[in-house]
Design a protein around this ligand. Sequence first.
Ligand SMILES: Nc1nc2c(c(=O)[nH]1)N[C@H]1C(S)=C(S)[C@@H](COP(=O)(O)OP(=O)(O)OC[C@H]3O[C@@H](n4cnc5c(=O)[nH]c(N)nc54)[C@H](O)[C@@H]3O)O[C@H]1N2
Ligand SMILES: Nc1nc2c(c(=O)[nH]1)N[C@H]1C(S)=C(S)[C@@H](COP(=O)(O)OP(=O)(O)OC[C@H]3O[C@@H](n4cnc5c(=O)[nH]c(N)nc54)[C@H](O)[C@@H]3O)O[C@H]1N2
Ligand code: SF4
Ligand SMILES: [Mo]
Length: 701
Amino acid sequence: MEYRNVPTICTYCGTGCGLLLEVLDGQVVGTYPDYAHPVSEGHLCIKGWNAGAFVHHPDRLTKPLFRKGNDFVEVSWDEALERVAGELKRIRDQYGPDAIGLFGSAKATNEANYLMQKLARAVIGTNNIDHCARLCHAPSVAGLAMTFGSGAMTNSIPELENSRCILVTGSNTTEGHPIIGARIMRAKERGATLIVVDPRDIQLARFADFHLRQRPGTDVAWINGMIHVILREGLENKEFIATRTENFDALWEVVKEYPPERVEQITGIPADQLAAAARAYARAESAAIVYAMGITQHTTGTDNVVSLANLAMVTGQIGRPSTGVNPLRGQNNVQGACDVGALPNVYPGYQSVTDEKVRQKFLEAWGAAPPARAGFTVTEMVDLAGVGAIRALYIMGENPLLSDPNIHHAREALERIEFLVVQDIFLSETAQFAHVVLPAASFAETSGTFTATDRRVQLVRQAIPPIGESREDWQIICEIARRLGTPAGPYGKFDYAGTAEIMDEIAALTPIYGGISHRRLEELGFLQWPCRTPDDPGTPILHTEQFTRGLGRFQPVHYRDPAELTDKEYPFILTTGRVMFHWHTGTMTRRSPKLHKEVPEGYVEINPLDAERLQIGKSERIRLVSRRGAVETKAWITRRVAPGVVFMPFHFAEAAANVLTNAALDPVAKIPEYKVCAVRIEKITEVERPEKLVAARAGAS
Ligand SMILES: Nc1nc2c(c(=O)[nH]1)N[C@H]1C(S)=C(S)[C@@H](COP(=O)(O)OP(=O)(O)OC[C@H]3O[C@@H](n4cnc5c(=O)[nH]c(N)nc54)[C@H](O)[C@@H]3O)O[C@H]1N2
Ligand SMILES: Nc1nc2c(c(=O)[nH]1)N[C@H]1C(S)=C(S)[C@@H](COP(=O)(O)OP(=O)(O)OC[C@H]3O[C@@H](n4cnc5c(=O)[nH]c(N)nc54)[C@H](O)[C@@H]3O)O[C@H]1N2
Ligand code: SF4
Ligand SMILES: [Mo]
């Protein structure tokens, strides 16, 4: 009998908690918190406690598969890899490299994502590489780059606890990032003022000094309103504005049009409460902004982020401990996947693909590089697959057929594609459409690094060998690259003794990761980028002396309506998101017995007044209809939502919120408007129920 505890990092959210996988005779049998971990300090949320629960699930993919008609047949790795390489080569030769698209994975390691973008750029010759950050914090990357010069969380998680004021908006922190939520609660216990701006009555709102409840999609208006109050009352930080920023004069020109009384009309937030919250934020010794998807997932996502940056700069609440603008990155390694270049417009380390000097650098290093123009985003690649411009997609660890907006449309697009390869640990909704399915090893079966939301790079350690014949993501990519033919530069190879060697290559080509190596991480536990040299201790707080871009730039923006407004036919605003116990498309959490038991099925939150008006009873099955489709689900009658607003989690394939959502995009960040669309609620009469239910299921499956 062999028993071991392997310290590693949680596979779920970007908090990056430390956990120990308990291994008995090559099987993961339990999970324990790591008491020595600097962020989680011996705590885990319920997903962390159950992080190992899906690893040995019988549904795990254990062999490569080829699609035959509506079925799959098992094939050997050699056959599968030959076919993938053969088809990619054929499509590249026939239609050019830009007819191929690749999805990196925010669930996979930095090392795997680095290789995925290197496969795209140096082997295939395209910048068509992107991943779910597009659906998530793309507006943060864009908006904070414009204003500060660097699109990442400015401060570190543990600092939150010492903040004197925390403004949480569009982050259901206690469900989405529970261990960060706990830190916010601790700050509140220590006397911090807590301001929550969220349309829903989330758990944090109940403890808040101010809960400002806006109409979904109206964030620019209330943020401009706060800045208006701050400037009108002379609460701005004049010295900070004078020495650290530029373009301040343009700010008043815009925000003067947002007195709290007008903001109240747009947002529904009472004018006096908005003003009081603005004063509390501006006057606090240290004030931190924490935000997530409620801010980014809008056609105005970039504007929302930029507005928050304006608010922090006008008060000088940035560049010091326990302050800053803190986007909470979602997936365990979404920060890292962005850092190592799984984005269509930047090489590793946010080095622009359109900068000829940068391109030369990678051309010399790898021996090949694509033309100096940005590639397509995930949402664009799916659209282009529908019109035949993208002929092949290689998707690693993403499930767009449940997570993309307007999934009927996405499915039609992927049905048309000539060649689809999906590399996953389960036969996801997307894998079911693939021509070739490649079985990947899970986080418990691989090694490398994840980068948590506060730019904290940490080691992931292999606890058990890959399940069945599954293989580690980085190894699969190497096999495919070698079969396609690798370029001849000093870093052109796809042949590594282990993931430490891949990190050395990342460090050599990525200035912000320049001082990061597995050996140092082993020794120090973590390093926060920028970490430029082997003796650089890393950077817990950004923009302390100056902004990454030099001076911080005010970018005043006006309020714009969401893309879809309610009307007579679709009178409710639908907003979508998460619950504590489930993860996105449910592939892992719905296969974890304890998590599944907590919330076994989908539902929609409806305010009691609306329920009464529509005569909807407790737990009654109802139908939600948008301009794009219909789903049936259970009504949860609750004051968590305001009248006129309904909320639905998107974790459940059989009641898929994304059948309803609007694929309208933010013009800069290309993120879809998941947080606002218009729907109506229909009662299902007894007679029509069975047939309609079958029809709706068939449509959504
Ligand atoms: N349990 C669990 N945790 C997760 C995930 C998961 O799937 N399950 N996913 C991870 C990922 S990838 C991410 S990106 C994060 C996301 O984490 P969050 O962003 O915290 O999660 P969401 O539920 O999408 O919604 C955030 C909040 O936005 C509010 N909101 C809705 N509309 C608006 C609006 O118009 N304006 C504002 N300001 N707020 C609005 C919602 O009421 C909700 O409280 O969570 C991560 N953590
Ligand atoms: N309506 C609505 N839709 C949304 C959102 C919303 O708030 N509302 N949020 C959006 C956001 S923020 C995000 S981040 C996306 C998430 O969207 P996705 O990334 O598509 O969702 P996941 O379910 O996390 O998909 C991850 C896939 O990776 C697989 N996987 C897990 N571990 C590994 C591994 O180690 N290797 C490999 N190869 N595969 C692995 C899983 O089985 C799963 O199929 O959803 C977006 N969609
Ligand atoms: S907070 Fe996030 S990283 Fe920590 S245990 Fe929960 S899911 Fe895992
Ligand atoms: Mo996300």
